[in-house]
Ligand binder design. Sequence first.
Ligand code: ADP
Ligand code: MG
Ligand code: MG
Length: 199
Amino acid sequence: MLDADFFRRWMTATAASVDREADRLTALDSPIGDADHGSNLQRGFTAVVAAVEKEDPRTPGAVLVLAGRQLISTVGGASGPLYGTLLRRTGKALGDDAEVDEARLAEALRAGVDAVMQLGGAAPGDKTMIDALVPAVDALGGSFGAARTAAEQGALATTPLQARKGRASYLGERSIGHQDPGATSAALLVAALAEAAGE
Ligand code: ADP
Ligand code: MG
Ligand code: MG
């Protein structure tokens, strides 16, 4: 079973990974964006970790709702409201239970990813974070490790795509040939989930 501590570890591991990879995320956001994705997420997840330490939420749902709220309020870019919605909606779907199992988390994450698609209007293949998140949720029925691999492959598979949502879409065909920064950071989020699970 997964308790509040597991979800805290997930957020801490994500923040550490975003810190390590911030330069790479910003470099990916340079040719097809405005070169701020790494710093956007660093600011956001630093605030998430600080808020989780300060407020000490006691349930899995409360950890994710708090984290989502922090991302929405601290990240100016498109990714803040989108990742914020992902975590907030996933947290709401987990309800007030002190512990949840993997199947429940997979179902809640599915609701979270659906909410991101509704908010941003992106579908798989539009060269966004959705291209890593959807395959990850599909693979989560297997294991956290399988979800991580699926997210990483989904991020790599954005390179030949033309962006149809977000800032990169303004470039039209010139967005082809670059890996999407948001799909790359989504793979980091899923890898941190596997790390929190010890996989
Ligand atoms: P901004 O583009 O406002 O500077 P970021 O650089 O932080 O925001 O995030 C850019 C990433 O956000 C993109 O690489 C893409 O994956 C994701 N993104 C942008 N718009 C959307 C959308 N409508 N739906 C899903 N993801 C999106
Ligand atoms: Mg940007
Ligand atoms: Mg920006």
